[in-house]
Design a protein around this ligand. Sequence first.
Ligand code: IPE
Ligand code: IPE
Ligand code: MG
Length: 226
Amino acid sequence: MEDFVKIPRHVSIIMDGNGRWAKERGKDRVFGHFEGVESVRAVTEACVEWGIKYLSLFAFSEENWARPQAEVDTLMKLMGKCMEGEYEKFQKNGVRFVVLGNRDRLSDSLNTTIDRMMEATAGNSALTMILFLSYSGKWDIAQAARRMKAAGDDDIEKYLVTAGIPDPDLLIRTSGEQRLSNYMLWQCAYTEFVFTDTLWPDFRKEEFAGTIREYASRDRRFGKVK
Ligand code: IPE
Ligand code: IPE
Ligand code: MG
């Protein structure tokens, strides 16, 4: 059992490097996505074990729609299949499953699966697992501004898709890239970042634990003097 000094409430991960992982092995990019699912399982189980309350995962960006159609199709099929496949484990482990993003761009069948999963797991409370699908930070802020204006309101946070979810305490990005790629632009205002060269399919529990220890060593000041 891990004994962390300080546990983040909300950990978010930009799961990057699946394509390069596959390429290194002379395989098609989609094999990297398949293997990446194992890493998702590993970090989800770790969050439940360590008492992390929110885990959010950037799975597909608005910009990712511009990838080759075959890769997009495989990814979408994989998402639906994995959701169905994880159902029993979610119930057993008390995982509430949430999808956030531009749902209008998803297929009817995937939206049906998502709705079913979200409704069936809504009462679970050990961990909230958020999958960002067809999401971008600029899109989020724009849709929030439109809805806020229509409501004659002035509190934008209420209209972001993340309303009610605490901002991420820790954001991890794998594969050596050190950028946000249009992820949670508003919500990451005071998030701690950890970047690792490890490709997502190779990111497992031990390294995850290392990032939690790194987080615990950070001094978060939020602009104040301590
Ligand atoms: C992350 O891996 C998964 C998605 C963006 C869907 P990539 O597919 O971006 O893998 P690389 O970055 O090309 O290696
Ligand atoms: C960011 O990865 C999106 C996800 C991990 C879902 P990308 O691979 O799309 O980002 P860029 O293109 O390298 O910035
Ligand atoms: Mg990438």
